[in-house]
Design a protein around this ligand. Structure first.
Ligand code: T3D
Length: 260
């Protein structure tokens, strides 16, 4: 029987998706794209899920495109691969209705690194690393990397990482603001679970709107950003979670948020 290329597990309101091609450092094949995107969609559609963790099996997180997969390499239109596989993947991650945590257990290279950066929180094991491997094979950053990198670390560092293709250790990635946090290897999954458990208790809809606001405000002037804040607060102000949050505050009890 063929092994699934992604493993899906649910514990309470936390869904964990594990990339499962450890012998090739969980690099993307057409088959893996064919399983990963539906798994993300299922997590998005399932109203019982309130946080998502993505991690890798074995010693790697994801080494980007599988350079041996005949369905995606050789005489193929690489632009079409981006449109067919990486645009939907990056877009799905950036618009999930729940927070997404990348638990980066090992090397994250090429589109694997940028898939992690598409997530809301990147928690990395101390031994993990990030490589913009594209320049080494004559390509440019994809899976949203050209947009994400300069916004996360500024133009100078983004260019340095993307042009050099150098390996960036997790501690350094945290120091320059590329990722949220670096933790000891043995603590990675417990830390990811603890963060997911905390996020599950928070107002999912407001968190998703927070991401949308921060991303779109980057291309706005100050006034338009405030207009966007007003429009969003107007909507959220009418929603159940706001009423619940305020009621819980005055009742001195923990809130029970339900909107998604
Ligand atoms: O269609 C398109 O091409 C467009 C899309 C592009 C998106 C992209 O992601 S382009 C970038 C593709 N990724 C890379 O170029 C990274 C290639 N891998 C590496 O540079 C290194 O493997 C790492 C730095 C990530 C890790 O190095 P190391 O020394 O820890 O491991 P290793 O020995 O190189 O790899 C272990 C095995 O995984 C090895 O197989 P083997 O020899 O044990 O049978 C290696 O061939 C395999 N592997 C690693 N990365 C890939 C891979 N196999 C296929 N594709 C890979 N990307």
């Amino acid at each position: 029987m063929t092994e699934p290329t992604v493993l899906v597990a649910t514990a309470g309101a936390v869904r964990t998706i594990t990339l499962n091609r450890p012998a090739a450092l969980n690099s993307f094949t057409a088959a893996m794209h064919g399983e990963l995107l539906p798994a993300l969609q299922q997590a998005a559609d399932d109203k019982a899920i309130r946080a998502l963790i993505i991690t890798g099996s074995g010693r790697g997180f994801c080494a980007g495109q599988d350079l041996m997969d005949p369905a995606m390499t050789g005489d193929v239109d690489v632009g079409a691969v981006i449109e067919r596989c990486y645009r939907p993947l990056a877009t799905r991650l950036r618009t999930m209705p729940v927070p997404v945590i990348a638990a980066v257990n090992g090397v994250a290279a090429g589109a694997g690194a940028n898939m992690a950066l598409c997530c809301d929180f990147v928690l990395a094991a101390r031994s993990a690393s990030f490589i913009q491997a594209f320049s080494k094979i004559g390509l440019v950053p994809d899976c949203g990397g050209s947009w994400l990198l300069p916004r996360l670390v500024g133009r100078a560092r983004a260019l340095g990482l993307a042009m050099s293709g150098d390996k960036l250790p997790a501690e350094e990635a945290e120091r320059i603001g590329l990722i949220w946090k670096c933790v000891d290897d043995a603590a990675l999954m417990d830390s990811a679970q603890a963060l997911a458990a905390k996020l599950c208790l928070m107002p999912s809809r407001a968190l998703a709107e927070t991401r949308r606001l921060l991303d779109s405000a980057m291309a706005m002037d100050f006034g338009d950003a405030i207009t966007q804040e007003a429009d969003t607060q107007r909507e959220l102000g009418r929603a159940g979670d706001f009423a619940e949050g305020v009621a819980a505050f005055f009742a001195k009890r923990p809130p029970v948020f339900r909107d998604r």
